[in-house]
Design a protein around this ligand. Structure first.
Ligand code: ADP
Ligand code: MG
Length: 457
């Protein structure tokens, strides 16, 4: 058994795992005898420790039945032997058994609401909660990745398992970041993305995608020309100040049902080119599909989609189409559960929940700071401030405004910091939102509303 060098802990871990695999292979009678003519003198297993996992390279000449070794059953069996560590076996120019160092934690990965405050850079988008690391450290991390790094993304998964939810989170983050332009196509005439049509930096394509792709294609070529003249290699260098002109904004193209988009003639060719070359000049395609079959995700498209995300899929074949490896067929069939393959890493995560209020955050942040209350809102604020609470039913009874409208107002005011989140009593019953000093101050400052008219008690 050979072991390449890395940190001591990883090396020990790799040794231990290789040892377990070695014992299992020999005990289950899968290995040819040492001194057969096939013997080429090289070890049965070569262990290659990487940062999160060890790759065991198994000598195929020493294996009796390679198909057995690469079967799902064997993979599962090995995972059990490995005390619940994730195991992936592939046979692609060699037999590779990848084993994670740390067992999957037993902790449930629960869907947390998206918190846009976690965004590190304007190009970071939320992936989800990961639960990895040594059980003793109880690592739970929020995973966000930069679109500049992810470059071009493929998202696949069965219906209703959270593709669009994930995309809403990305859009909200990009809009909050205010650095990228976002082009949105949902294949259903804008049903899913229409809510963003009023946003700055956002273009919702409601008709054909081809003309928009044509514009992006022209923009890509224009950018290459600019970089050439400026003698810089990529957009990052150009925007670092090495370019003479203005900053060039990144553009994120989000296509929610790739299969719809591909029905238009010419779309595939342009997409292939945008995927292959767009990244260098800051044009990043993100393609989602619920049909992970090779007639939608053609090899031409897939080649340069360097980041792959799979939500749960029914079969190993589907996982292979999306990730080029198995795994997505065996993650929990929970909405938002996903595997992301990025560089050499394969990470399981639970996407954040993006609800209506969350979506509103990105909208409301666009409001001018000097927002004033309309006459209608003043009446509502008056009632709320008098009572110290914004309780939908109370305000409805006092003003005659519809509960739906009041819920909208309450959410907006909460986002503006004028109301607290919904408070609950010890038994968990909702009490409503409390008025904050900001709302009191605002109401007091409204024209024709002297401060002493407001009952602060
Ligand atoms: N990360 C998540 N956490 C919790 N629930 C989710 C999550 N993602 C999706 N869901 C639920 O699943 C439903 C379907 O999600 P959606 O994004 O529309 O799926 P898809 O686009 O894959 O068909 C959503 O309405 C939501 O209720
Ligand atoms: Mg969808």
């Amino acid at each position: 058994m050979g072991v390449n060098h890395t940190t001591t802990l990883e090396r020990q871990m790799a040794q231990h795992i290789a040892q377990l695999a070695f014992q299992h292979l020999t005990r289950s009678n899968l290995v040819r005898e040492q001194n057969q003519p096939m013997e080429d003198g090289s070890p049965l297993i070569y262990a290659w420790p990487l940062d999160e996992r060890v790759v065991l390279i198994v000598n195929p000449l020493r294996i009796k039945n390679i198909d057995h070794l690469t079967s799902r059953r064997f993979e599962h069996h090995l995972a059990t032997i490995m005390q619940g560590r994730r195991v992936v076996v592939t046979n692609h120019r060699g037999i590779f058994v990848q084993v994670a160092y740390w067992p999957e934690p037993h902790r449930e990965l629960v869907a947390r609401p998206l918190d846009l405050n976690e965004q590190k850079t304007p190009l970071h988008v939320p992936i989800g909660m990961t639960a990895r690391g040594a059980p003793s450290t109880s690592l739970r991390a929020e995973l966000w990745l930069s679109l500049a790094e992810m470059d071009a993304v493929l998202i696949g998964g069965a219906r209703r398992l959270g593709k669009t939810n994930l995309l809403h989170g990305w859009i909200a983050a990009l809009l909050q970041g205010k650095e990228a332009r976002v082009v949105l196509f949902d294949g259903k005439g804008g049903v899913e993305f229409n809510r963003y049509s009023e946003q700055a930096r956002c273009k919702v394509v409601t008709d054909k995608l081809a003309p928009v792709l044509g514009e992006l294609f022209a923009e890509m070529n224009r950018r290459f020309d600019i970089l050439k003249v400026a003698k810089v290699a990529n957009l990052a260098e150009y925007n670092d100040g090495r370019g003479a002109g203005e900053r060039i904004e990144r553009i994120v193209l989000i296509v929610d049902e790739l299969a719809y988009a591909l029905q238009e003639p010419g779309v595939e060719d342009v997409l292939v080119d945008l995927i292959a070359r767009g990244g260098a000049v800051g044009i990043h395609p993100v393609l989602a599909t619920q049909r992970p079959s090779s007639d939608v995700i053609t090899p031409r498209l897939k080649g340069n989609l360097v980041t792959r995300i799979a939500l749960p899929v029914p079969s190993r074949a589907d996982s292979m189409v999306i990730l080029d490896r198995a795994g997505a067929e065996s993650i929990a069939k929970t909405p938002g559960r996903l595997l992301i393959a990025h560089g050499a890493r394969l990470i399981e995560a639970q996407a954040f929940r993006v609800d209506g209020e969350q979506l509103a955050v990105s909208n409301e942040k666009q409001l001018p700071a000097s927002t004033r209350l309309s006459a209608r809102e003043q009446r509502i604020a008056q009632i709320a401030v008098e009572r110290g609470w914004f309780k939908i039913r109370d305000v409805h009874e006092a003003t005659g405004e519809s509960p739906n409208y009041l819920v909208d107002v309450a959410r907006k005011w909460q986002l503006l910091g004028w109301l607290t989140p919904v408070q609950r009593n010890e038994r968990g019953h909702q009490l409503g939102r409390r008025v904050t000093p900001e709302l009191i101050a605002l109401l007091a400052s409204e024209p024709g509303k002297p401060a002493n008219e407001v009952n602060l008690a």
